[in-house]
Design a protein around this ligand. Structure first.
Ligand code: FDA
Length: 393
């Protein structure tokens, strides 16, 4: 039987940060993971360059049943704190778009930085650990693996969500929460491509590869970014973002020309080029293959612009400013970046991340019902929630 002050389950972003902070406080910390290496999602994130935070990170960029829960951690360990750490380790980075910060070289830099910090804080790491059970008696947690039982006073669950099961994702954290009487809110894949209805697949797969700047809206939320047609459905950042707000059965309303008043555009084109065909005019704004497809779908009739009357012009503009897609579903956890839902924040202290009903048990990172937008927000939540738990566990 080994004795520890703190055992952290999950050596991802949140677990590493928490273990480092607890170790810095002089706690004897063990970081356990079921995989062969630490930080596997960090390594593959941001196309291998890790979008490690966002300059504009604020509580508004997160979904949670309790919108206020994330405020405390995000303000106590902000994007500026993580940027300072990255700078301290002389890791080169750049802003790609919309405040998203990426490593210049490789996501490995972030994992190496965290490993160096963990080593300095004397954190012990045990990999390829299969936890078979956890029990609690007399203020002590026992974490069982087939080889060894370990005990600790603080148990921190940082086992992440369900996305990418082939990278080690398990439902461990959710089951453990329920074992200790915490509520787990319904889980679903998010930041994930949406799939076609069977009929739409036949129509749209021909234009797979076409991408354009749009606004995508569902359930009253709207994102202005790029959208991509794929063989299987809709993807691209605008769709990944809206997938977090989309529920089965909902429409996704796409404005295909968000920067242009199409009615005004067509009127101007009509005056300047009355003999020009509608599809030629539209192809000045939209990808040509998409225009051909819209013609085939009879979104407009191809005729000289001079033949358009104000009503038909307005109809074309309305259709393209509010094109309605009816997705069948999502690609699911196989490709999702995150899991929405999770351990209900009502059961946790927003200051410490400790379970209110179970002293010494903490939940941090993605396992908690706090989900960020695409763009570095999810890592910032992992760093922040890990950091605060590390001050108390
Ligand atoms: P995380 O999933 O990172 O770590 C959990 C760890 O627990 C894993 O190592 C897992 O193996 C381990 N574990 C699970 N069950 C266990 C068990 N039973 N026993 C022991 N260990 C167990 N976010 C962002 O901000 N910027 C980005 O660029 C990206 N890019 C990105 C790309 C891809 C492809 C994905 C899938 C996700 C992203 N994300 C992202 C999201 C981000 O990766 C995610 O939100 C954080 O990694 C969550 O950190 P956690 O530490 O909570 O979980």
């Amino acid at each position: 039987m080994q004795q520890w002050d703190v055992i952290v389950v999950g050596a991802g972003a949140a677990g590493l940060m928490c273990a480092i902070e607890a170790g810095k406080r002089g706690r004897k910390v063990l970081l356990l993971d079921n995989g062969k290496r630490v930080g596997r999602k960090i390594l593959m994130s941001g196309g291998g360059r890790c979008n490690f935070t966002n300059l504009y990170c604020s509580p508004e960029n997160f979904l949670s049943q309790n919108q206020h829960f994330c405020k405390s951690a995000l303000s106590r360990y902000s994007q500026w704190d993580f940027i300072a750490l990255v700078q301290q380790h002389a890791i080169a980075y750049h802003e790609k778009a919309l405040g998203q910060l990426f490593c210049d070289d490789s996501a490995k830099d972030i994992v190496e930085m965290l490993l160096a910090e963990a080593k300095a804080a004397r954190v012990q790491i045990a990999l390829q650990q299969q936890i078979s059970g956890v029990s609690f008696a007399d203020g002590v947690y026992t974490v069982e693996t087939p080889e060894l039982n370990r005990q600790c006073h603080s148990l921190v669950i940082a086992s992440g969500g369900l996305s990418l099961p082939n990278l080690g994702a398990t439902g461990f954290g959710f089951q453990l929460a329920e074992q200790f009487g915490l509520k787990v809110l319904p889980l679903r894949a998010a930041l994930v491509p949406l799939t076609w209805q069977p009929g739409d697949k036949a129509v749209f797969e021909e234009i797979s590869g076409v991408s354009l700047p749009v606004t995508a809206a569902a359930n009253g939320t709207l994102f202005p970014e790029d959208m991509l047609f794929t063989h299987r459905g809709l993807s691209g950042p605008a769709i990944l973002q809206i997938s977090s707000y989309w529920q089965p059965g909902d429409d996704v309303i796409v404005n295909m020309a968000p920067q242009t008043d199409l009615n005004e555009f067509l009127a101007t084109q009509q005056q300047a080029h009355p003999e020009q065909e509608v599809k030629t005019a539209l192809a000045k704004l939209l990808p040509k293959r998409l225009v051909e497809k819209l013609l085939e779908l009879q979104v407009f009739v191809n005729q000289p612009l001079k033949a358009l009357n104000p009503k038909s012009m307005q109809q074309i503009a309305n259709s393209l400013h509010g094109y309605i897609f009816k997705p069948n579903g999502t690609e699911g956890y196989r490709t999702a970046e995150v899991t929405i839902g999770g351990v209900d924040t009502d059961g946790l202290s927003s200051k410490t991340m400790e379970a209110k009903n179970q002293p010494g048990l903490y939940f941090i990172g993605e396992v908690v019902d706090v989900t960020g937008w695409l763009g570095g927000y999810n890592f910032q939540w992992a760093w922040a929630s890990g950091w605060v738990a590390g001050q108390y566990c």
